[in-house]
Design a protein around this ligand. Structure first.
Ligand code: FAD
Length: 387
């Protein structure tokens, strides 16, 4: 491994070039800090893998980073427009983004002048392993790469996927979709309109409350007229090569299925966070962090973006996650200006996004959303439950 001994020590290394990582890097650049972003895929790799024809539910200005205008003739931008926008912001701010490098571990090491640094170890399929040294790091790794598994037999079969991309391959095929939120509803509609026979299987009595207001009447009417078959209060219990097994109050039955989409949400990669030394609440999958600065239990290692929300992935979106970087960088800039002053860490860490927290002495702290700026908070109620 290249030990990075002769390399520049960065002020900030950002892990992940998603919207939150890019916003952190822009803030660092604007604060005059040296910053490198390490990304294992492409820039905004999660968005790259979204359904090809998806439209955002967010208006363009709420996806912006660093004040670069998101110009589009549409009220809700498309995936292609978002990809182009984020490429453009990388160019506008001339961000240093190292693509194709996966961060394997982050750990504190002794620097030359006796200060503690963070060693960031990466691997690249061709370039091999490398160590970079940095004073601080921001982990903005999102939560799109770990789907919530149903844990049913057959989930790993080749015709089963936790990601829907496009409809054409399923023309005249029988497709079973599990889920009841936007991802499931939109996939069902697109597949139906592309000539697939679609059955939606949902464990609750009705579709999720956060379904986009313009999608809800469409999916409800398609279900009502029988164009999309919907099985509510039904669980999928097994997947075979040619069919699935479902169960409801009336018992078990089989449904023919050429393809199965399990669109049941995502969660952070907790084993990766633990490899970085970050403690994770086992129940909520929320990484341990200070509510104000987003610093984790590892000094000078911060989190930003969707990873902060743990299993409640509906709480942090691009709309609000893009502001984490500004706050993280404010704290980093303050520390680097006064390097010995790293002792202002609050006594309470966020480990549960779902409710308030009691600080030592019994003071009730509000959940993280309560500490968000007003413009973030105003959206939170509407944002939950959308995916
Ligand atoms: C279908 C769909 C529609 C959506 N629509 C909207 C919307 O309209 N509005 C909205 O606000 N939000 C929307 N969201 C949510 C939004 O996309 C996410 O909240 C957002 O992408 C999170 O940004 P992030 O930067 O935190 O994480 P991500 O965008 O997931 O970025 C994380 C990055 O980290 C990289 N990475 C991970 N691990 C490593 C590693 N070890 N080393 C190097 N790189 C690593 C990944 O490759 C990825 O590029 C939608 C989500 C989905 C699935």
């Amino acid at each position: 491994m290249n030990q990075g001994s002769g390399e520049q020590v960065r002020d900030v290394i950002v892990v992940g070039a998603g919207p939150a990582g890019l916003a952190s890097a822009i803030a660092a650049k604007q604060a005059g800090l040296s910053c490198e972003v390490i990304e294992r895929g492409a820039v905004v790799n999660s968005i790259l893998h979204f359904p090809k024809n998806m439209g955002f539910f967010t208006t363009p200005e709420l996806l912006e980073g660093g004040g670069v205008p998101f110009v589009t003739p549409y009220q809700k931008p498309t995936r292609d427009e978002a990809l182009r926008y984020y490429r453009r912001t990388v160019d506008v701010f001339d961000l240093e983004v190292d693509l194709g490098h996966e961060v394997e571990s982050i750990r504190p090491v002794e620097g030359a002048a006796g200060h503690t640094l963070l060693a960031v170890d990466t691997t690249h399929p061709h370039a091999g392993s490398r160590r970079r040294l940095t004073r601080t790091a921001v982990v903005a790794v999102g939560a799109y790469e770990c789907p919530n598994m149903l844990g049913v037999p057959g989930e790993a079969l080749s015709h089963v996927s936790h990601y829907y991309t496009e409809a054409h391959p399923y023309y005249r095929k029988r497709v079973v979709i599990v889920g009841g939120k936007n991802s499931a509803a939109e996939a069902a509609l697109e597949l139906y309109r592309s000539g697939a026979h679609v059955t939606l299987v949902h464990r609750h009595a009705e579709l999720g409350s956060g379904i986009k207001y313009w999608v809800r009447p469409d999916i409800e009417n398609r279900i009502k007229e029988g164009s999309v078959e919907a099985l509510f209060e039904t669980r999928l219990t097994e997947i075979q090569e040619t069919h699935v097994v479902v169960e409801d109050a009336g018992g078990r039955r089989t449904l023919p299925a050429d393809a199965v989409f399990l669109l049941t949400g995502y969660h952070p990669d907790t084993s990766m966070l633990e490899r970085f030394g970050i403690e994770v609440d086992p129940a909520t999958m929320v990484p341990s962090h200070e509510p104000e600065t987003y610093e984790t239990n590892v000094p000078n290692l911060f989190v930003a973006g969707q990873v902060v929300s743990g299993i409640h992935s509906g709480l942090i979106f691009i709309e609000n996650g893009r502001f984490h970087g500004e706050r993280v960088v404010q704290e980093i800039a303050r520390r680097l200006a006064a390097p010995r002053d790293t002792t202002t860490r609050a006594s309470v860490r966020v480990t549960d996004q779902g409710g308030a927290h009691r600080a030592p002495g019994g003071v009730l702290l509000q959940p993280q959303s309560a500490s968000l700026p007003r413009r973030e908070r105003s959206h939170l109620d509407q944002l939950d439950e959308r995916l």
